[in-house]
Design a protein. Structure first.
Length: 286
């Protein structure tokens, strides 16, 4: 019996340091995990909020004491299991934090691109609209436009100002006033470079006003009087359209052929682009 008691004492003296050493290792692992978990929580829940993530495995319920026949090392095994669970939870939290950070970076990049695109659109919208090709580039466009009636009756009016007033009236679809202003300007200044523009636009005003016969006369007269004028080709093109509206398709096709033969590659881009459709509308041969 004395030998058995001595053996039990020796076993206890050997097991106690081993269990203590295991407990200390487990405590160090637990302390490390707790520190890392707090760091992850600060990253996931910034701003000083007291948000926490509870462990999925909690401590076992308190009991009065170990059950008879249960080894004393079961407490260490329970702690190891809890630590393993905490490590798994910490790994999941770390992965979630990294995924959230990546999503935030992507969202930030998308917002930056949206901001740049929006600024580019606003900048483009704030730029002045492009001037149509048929609009003359006149220095007088920066000046106030005189009243059309005054220009029509005033023989001393500046020809470019008079043309601009007629152009403004045409833009406003006041075709009769535009035609009168432009016709008066062309008659008072027949040799001015803008006279070709004025007669051409006067014909177009009549055409837009539903008067193709009167328009055809003015457009033909403009081409005949100044075949090298800046709007001679335009007058031929719109003369063809006026003749098409008058059901004179044969004559319209002859005008379009004249336009191509005389001006060819010198046609303005707008006329060159619209000519095939105009020939088709008149039933011209290809």
């Amino acid at each position: 019996m004395r030998n058995q008691a001595l053996l039990l004492i020796l076993l206890a003296s050997v097991a106690a340091p081993a269990v203590a050493q295991t407990d200390r290792a487990a405590e160090r692992r637990l302390e490390k995990i707790e520190a890392e978990l707090r760091a992850v929580q600060r990253k996931v829940f910034p701003g000083g909020r007291q948000a926490t993530v509870e462990p999925e495995i909690g401590p076992p319920a308190a009991s009065a004491g170990p059950a008879p026949g249960v080894p004393a090392g079961s407490a260490v095994a329970d702690m190891t299991a809890r630590i393993d669970a905490l490590e798994a939870q910490l790994a999941r939290l770390t992965g979630q934090a990294e995924e959230n950070g990546n999503q935030l970076r992507q969202l930030s990049d998308s917002m930056n691109r949206f901001k740049l695109d929006t600024e580019a659109r606003l900048t483009a919208a704030e730029r002045p609209a492009a001037t149509p090709e048929q609009r003359p580039q006149l220095a007088s466009e920066q000046l106030p436009v005189p009243d059309a009636a005054v220009l029509t009756s005033n023989g001393d009016a500046d020809p470019e100002q008079a043309y601009l007033a007629g152009f403004k009236l045409w833009e406003q679809k006041r075709y009769s006033d535009a035609q009168a202003t432009l016709d008066a300007m062309a008659k008072r200044h027949p040799t001015h470079p803008k006279a070709s523009w004025a007669r051409n636009l006067a014909g177009r005003a009549l055409l837009d006003d539903g008067k193709p016969a009167a328009a055809a006369k003015i457009l033909f007269a403009n081409y005949e009087a100044d075949p090298k004028g800046e709007r001679a080709a335009d007058s031929l093109f719109y003369l063809g359209q006026a003749l098409t509206r008058l059901k004179k398709n044969t004559e319209a096709c002859q005008v379009y052929t004249e336009l191509q033969d005389v001006f060819g590659a010198g046609l303005r881009e707008t006329i060159r682009k619209d000519l095939p459709a105009a020939r088709k509308a008149a039933g011209c041969r290809a």
